[in-house]
Ligand binder design. Sequence first.
Ligand SMILES: NC(=O)c1ccc[n+]([C@@H]2O[C@H](COP(=O)([O-])OP(=O)(O)OC[C@H]3O[C@@H](n4cnc5c(N)ncnc54)[C@H](O)[C@@H]3O)[C@@H](O)[C@H]2O)c1
Length: 427
Amino acid sequence: MSNKLKIAVIGLGSRGNAYSEYAALLPDECEIVACADVLPDRVKRFGDKYGVDEKMRFSSGEELLAQEQLADIAFICTMDRLHYGHAMAALERGYHLLLEKPISPVLSECIEIADLAKKKGLEVIVCHVLRYTNEYRKLKELVDSGAIGDVVSIEAHERVAYWHQAHSFVRGNWSNSKRSSPMILQKSCHDMDILYWLAGKKSVAVSSFGSLTHFKASEAPEGATERCTEACPHYFTCPYSVDKNYLEWGRRGVFTWPMDVVSQVPTMEALEEALRTGPYGRCVYYCDNDVVDHQVVNVLFEDGVTANFNMSPFTAEGGRKITVMGTKGDLESFDDDIVFSPFIDRFSDHSVKYKTEDVEDAFGHGGGDYGIVRDLLALLNGKYDVGSSLTRVSDSIESHVIALAAEESRLNGGKLIRTEDYIKANS
Ligand SMILES: NC(=O)c1ccc[n+]([C@@H]2O[C@H](COP(=O)([O-])OP(=O)(O)OC[C@H]3O[C@@H](n4cnc5c(N)ncnc54)[C@H](O)[C@@H]3O)[C@@H](O)[C@H]2O)c1
């Protein structure tokens, strides 16, 4: 009998496919044995690709989880508000989980998942993939080495990029917080997790401002039509037109993310049809989006450590910039480049540069997507000590507390929220 770890994948969209591709790169460690999605064509495509037995293909996560335990690990890759139901049912069945973030948009549900995992003795690893990238691992290593002394403050900037905002947070899955979750949780729980991880302290208080300023009807250029393909007069000039954002990429033969979100079938015909009829063909000024298009957050951590964070889509390209400031030096990191500047004197340049990019950066999220799968398998196989980068649910909740408290603050005009009070009121 094979002693490979068996995996069941629930939710066969973008993330379910991404993690499965990385799992497939580790054939000695694991095998995908079961899958589920409510869209039959996704189940068929996925099942055929990974050779999943017909009897192990299911028409929903609920149906898969109604069976006796079929695998060791469940990858929960459904949308935000389905995570709780799928995670709780899977834990009851005895699965370890790779659980997409956010754990849940409701804090009490996050806590319930963590409690049940503890009671059952099961691992729940939350997909805070940044912790598994070489860039952030190196930053954490430098901070922990004491190179910059005690961390005093952190400045972080998430550049979402105008086209990514339009794709995911105006036209796409995360445009409406009632269907998914607030953007500060959805997109930036990663950043809140990194602030917490690098500060090495728990949060004490949070305040936040932000709003939706641009992607709304009042900002539409004159004569814009509700869909790009309805002879919109701005078709060739608007930076958000489907021609520039999707069709031109298709004509160039590029069908990887985000193209595969628009159409999993990589042909021009399928793409054109999806844009004519689906959500990604809508004018960015006439969608049902309600999430913010910019937000700032201030966090006070224990021992007076402070952090400020700025999330904005009004940038040409995406990427995260972070500066960690300590009593003996600072660290600046952007796009895999880290510069360590110790405080010695001002007569010469004492800075040290680290380039953290390596072969794994070819994989999603700077290697983080592959890293999390590899480390989860290693953890369950007892292969090596995976260190502090693993994002167990009990630890990952802190990022959700900060993000949810920030949203509460934003909705209340920037009111100061003490995180302890937020937890008490929402547990
Ligand atoms: N870790 C990261 O960096 C990262 C990045 C993007 C998205 N995410 C998270 O991953 C999750 C999934 O995002 P995605 O982009 O893959 O979305 P997606 O829409 O591409 O995939 C979700 C899939 O779930 C399926 N589904 C819906 N109901 C189901 C049910 N009851 N049972 C089984 N399947 C069901 C859908 O049909 C779809 O195929 C979201 O919660 C998102 O927040 C995380």
